[in-house]
Design a protein. Structure first.
Length: 367
């Protein structure tokens, strides 16, 4: 017969999976390989997730929430009434955070909407029980500190300035989560479009784009967030001007058009071109390279990348052609954070000059 001395509790339902792995490894002492077998993945994958959380403990709110979750973690002690010996049972956890996921979702809809406004930051200090959202000097929202800790751990906001008072700004993940919640609200009210994909729409920003067809210009509905260039083009610099001008975006889109015409990207299906029999078009020629496609378009892409050189060429190739985000491109190139957008703008200016010098500002004919 066992008599429990200390009761236990479960982790909050909203806790991310990588945070659960971190707590199980660091606080419970579960080996990496055992966690990997339970998750059905390689041990290196679990190790990267654990290190990801460990690096984020420099964030005060993340460090607080992990410390509070881990403070109650440990072997639960119980006494055997027959022998009088202490025995170890399941680990216990502190229930000091909002375990109600619905409450956190309600707070997210209210606070993230204010935090997503231009120039808004969430401010917390060691002695503050609540976080305050400020837009300039105007207070627009207030939330409990544990809610702010959950936002930081879920990577919905990141540190903008640290010191005696720490300020946070919303992240792309936070904007995507807010957009998904708003789309879910529309679907619940019956205002969403038929067969709407709330998880896909969180990465889209619908708007109007002007196109030219047959000499006439008309406006169409398009996804403005389809290309990283479109996202940067909507940002403003310190003077209120667009970070990327229309000419720079057009230069990047021209390079992407040639890249698609040349079919230089990685193949995701069978290459049926070699099996065609209709004249010269279906003849397989190994000298055309692995990508196939238009030779002239491939030559234009190669000429532009040679003119840009290493570094600049790598940046436009990743952002304009492979449509990688700036953070992903910076991480893969090994650059410091927030340096990619400056390099990309310089590369686009160089690319625009290349097109002006080679083609005189006119778009080359297709083929």
């Amino acid at each position: 017969m066992m008599t429990t001395i200390t009761g236990g509790s479960e982790l909050p339902a909203w806790l991310p999976d990588y945070a659960r792995l971190y707590l199980r490894h660091v606080e419970d002492g579960v080996p990496i390989r055992q966690l990997a077998r339970a998750e059905g993945c390689h041990a290196s994958t679990v190790l990267r997730r654990v290190r990801r959380i460990e690096q984020r403990r420099e964030d005060p709110l993340v460090d607080e929430v992990l410390s509070r979750l881990g403070s109650g973690t440990g072997p639960e002690r119980s006494t055997d009434t027959d022998t009088g010996e202490m025995q170890m049972t399941a680990p216990i956890r502190s229930q000091m955070l909002p375990a109600d996921e619905e409450h956190l979702a309600v707070e997210a809809r209210r606070v993230l909407r204010r935090l997503a406004e231009p120039g808004a930051v969430l401010v917390v200090a060691p002695g503050m029980d609540k976080g305050v959202v400020l837009r300039g000097t105007v207070r627009t929202a207030v939330c409990e500190r544990d809610v702010a800790q959950a936002f930081a751990l879920k990577d919905w906001m990141q540190v903008r300035h640290s010191g005696r008072v720490t300020s946070y700004e919303i992240t792309m993940a936070g904007r995507a989560a807010l957009k998904r919640m708003l789309e879910e609200d529309k679907a619940a009210r019956g205002e969403a479009e038929p067969e709407a994909d709330v998880y896909g729409d969180q990465h889209r920003e619908w708007g109007e784009r002007e196109v030219s067809e047959g000499g006439a210009r008309r406006r169409i509905r398009a996804n403005l967030a389809e290309s990283p260039l479109a996202v940067l083009a909507r940002r403003r610099d310190v003077n209120g001007k667009p970070f990327l001008s229309h000419e720079l975006v057009a230069a990047g889109e021209r390079l992407r058009e040639d890249f698609e015409l040349a079919r230089m990207g990685p193949r995701v299906a069978q290459n049926w071109e070699r099996f065609l029999t209709g004249g010269e078009r279906g003849q397989y020629r190994p000298d055309t390279g692995p990508g196939g496609g238009s030779e002239r378009a491939r030559e234009r892409v190669a000429a532009a990348l040679r003119d840009l050189g290493p570094g600049l060429g790598d940046m436009v190739l990743r952002c304009c052609c492979f449509l990688e985000g700036l953070e992903t491109a910076e991480r893969r190139l090994g650059w410091s954070a927030r340096s990619g957008k400056i390099v990309l703008r310089i590369a686009l200016m160089r690319l625009k000059r290349h097109y002006e010098e080679v083609y005189g500002g006119a778009s080359p004919l297709i083929g």
